[in-house]
Design a protein around this ligand. Structure first.
Ligand code: BMA
Length: 327
């Protein structure tokens, strides 16, 4: 089987070969974390962030919790995807919707190229957490759209193209606090304002994904289905543990799950994943993929404090999901 990966070629994708002797489907960058908590003066921590290829370079939207412990979104740029420069000030969204002003907080961004622009989704405050949306052409001006859903919701992740003629989004209905439950749902919209055709995708399962789950990076389109990397949470006697797994979703009906990993693909094991403001958190929000080689660079937050990168091959990850599926 020759897997086809749909998406751009990214010949300068950040990359490091699998370490000799490693049997892991994903392996960590040897110089992690790529973004330290204090990269910009206002930052208490920088984590759970989203990056995309941009005109031969890379751009992104970054979660910066500032030293007042307010959750902000900052724009950033990089030539190599590993060394990042972040704007010192948060994004000032251009917003024509009075009810969405002022911007109270934003966190856990995702960024998706669809047709002619980059869309950003994030967890946005509107009488509680829900899914905010905006678009940008240049990562300088960001135009805010209507919130996608009612509170309470988190982990809103757009698909990179229309499905059945509509924009499509995964999300995770939640509560107002540190939600002790959560399944992944799918919704469609003709215009990114009105969302409907809501479908259930998948629920929590055992072990590392037993408390709640949520979509991670933008799904990756392959000939075997949408490859979705998602986070899963286990409640230990010492609190939540955030790991990540992967699933394959039907291309035309993404609420139909083809396969889903019983084991995690990455879990908090290194110092920068286990020690920080919130220990034991691996939280992926973005994946760069080079469709020509299948190289994948996964960006994730470590311990709610730093940004780290792991590498893998899409082909191997798809095979891993099929070989280790719980369904
Ligand atoms: C979730 C979100 C994430 C965070 C995680 C662990 O509810 O707030 O941003 O990484 O908790 O604290």
């Amino acid at each position: 089987m020759k897997l086809k990966i749909y998406g751009p070629e990214v010949p300068n994708i950040p990359w490091e070969e699998r370490p000799p002797g490693s049997g892991e489907v994903l392996w960590r960058y040897s110089k992690n974390p790529v973004i330290p908590r204090n990269l910009i003066p206002c930052a208490n921590s920088i984590f759970n962030s989203a990056v995309v290829p941009y005109q031969g370079e890379f751009r992104g939207v970054f979660r910066v919790d500032n030293r007042a412990r307010e959750m902000c979104l900052h724009s950033g740029r990089s030539r190599d995807g590993l060394n990042w420069e972040l704007d010192p000030e948060p994004i000032a969204f251009i917003c024509g919707i009075d009810e969405l002003k002022p911007f109270v907080y934003g966190y856990d961004p995702r960024v998706t190229w669809i047709e002619d622009r980059y869309y950003v989704t994030w967890c946005n405050w509107y009488h509680g957490p829900t899914i905010g949306a905006a678009y940008t052409f240049d990562f300088e001006k960001f135009y805010q759209l209507e919130n996608a859903f009612l509170p309470f919701n988190r982990n809103g992740v757009l698909f990179p193209r229309r499905i059945n003629g509509n924009y499509a989004m995964l999300s995770r209905p939640s509560d107002n606090g540190h939600t002790p439950f959560g399944d992944i749902f799918y919704s469609e919209s003709p215009d990114l304002t009105y969302w409907g055709r809501h479908r259930f995708v998948m629920a929590t399962a055992g072990g590392w994904q037993s408390t709640k789950i949520g979509a991670g990076p933008v799904p990756i389109e392959t000939s075997e289905g949408w490859l979705l990397i998602y986070h899963g949470v286990l409640t230990s006697c010492n609190g939540f543990v955030y790991s990540a797994g992967a699933a394959l979703l039907d291309l035309d009906q993404p609420w139909k799950v083809i396969a889903r990993t019983r084991p995690y693909i990455i879990s908090p094991q290194t110092y920068y994943e286990c020690v920080g403001d919130v220990p034991n958190v691996v939280f992926p929000c973005a994946a760069l993929v080079d469709s020509a080689t299948g190289r994948l660079a996964l960006y994730y937050g470590g311990a709610d404090t730093v940004v780290a990168v792991a590498f893998g091959y899409v082909q191997e990850l798809v095979q891993f999901v099929k070989d280790n599926s719980m369904i």
